[in-house]
Design a protein around this ligand. Structure first.
Ligand SMILES: CC(C)(COP(=O)(O)OP(=O)(O)OC[C@H]1O[C@@H](n2cnc3c(N)ncnc32)[C@H](O)[C@@H]1OP(=O)(O)O)[C@@H](O)C(=O)NCCC(=O)NCCS
Length: 160
């Protein structure tokens, strides 16, 4: 039986550990910004006590940035449920848009987000190379053997 809930401060140690396991460190770096778990909101989907999906986000100046999204049981609706949860939350907070960064190698994520209403609005060329200077664990080679170089920004405008 799975259920979704909001992250709380009690989840911080587990969130850090999750990021270490899945993203190579306790912080996320995009466009030169460093995000640490204690700054972020998030939703987790659990099966019993097991985390099977996690989304974190950061709201600032009327914009909502999704800082991480992971599904550990793909193709079962977990990613979509988490995305719907953040959309609803961002609307309640009167955000004008939701945006996120993915990388040039992540065809699966580009497909996933575009099918759910996100549009590509920028390619930040070489931005992963810059992020790697801050977080050296970011690999040089990404999915399908593609060199990991650029950050691609996608957004969804939220209508009032
Ligand atoms: C991208 C990611 C979050 C998608 O998560 P997911 O849980 O597989 O997403 P969903 O299950 O909601 O949707 C995936 C597909 O499964 C299908 N699906 C959903 N529920 C289903 C079900 N019950 N039975 C069969 N198929 C189902 C969906 O229709 C969807 O297909 P579509 O995109 O063609 O519409 C996941 O692949 C992931 O964690 N990737 C690694 C980390 C990553 O790259 N994160 C994003 C970087 S910013």
């Amino acid at each position: 039986m799975t259920s979704i809930r909001r992250l709380t401060s009690d989840d911080l140690p587990r969130l850090r550990q999750f990021w270490v396991e899945h993203w190579g460190g306790e912080e996320m770096v995009t466009r030169g910004n460093v995000y640490r778990p204690e700054q972020l909101d998030g939703f987790v989907i659990e099966d019993g006590g097991e985390w099977i999906g996690l989304l974190t986000f950061f709201v600032k100046d009327g914009e909502c940035e999704v800082t991480s999204l992971d599904s550990l049981r793909e193709g079962q609706g977990i990613g979509t449920e988490l995305l719907n949860a953040v959309k609803e939350d961002a609307r309640k907070r009167n955000c004008e848009r939701i945006f996120l960064i993915t990388t040039n190698d992540n065809m699966h994520a580009l497909r996933f987000y575009q099918k759910r209403g996100f549009e590509m609005v920028a390619v930040h060329r070489g931005a992963v190379n810059e992020s790697r200077k801050i977080k050296p664990t970011i690999p040089l080679i990404g999915f399908d053997g593609i060199p990991l170089r650029d950050e691609i920004e996608l957004e969804m405008i939220l209508n009032p």
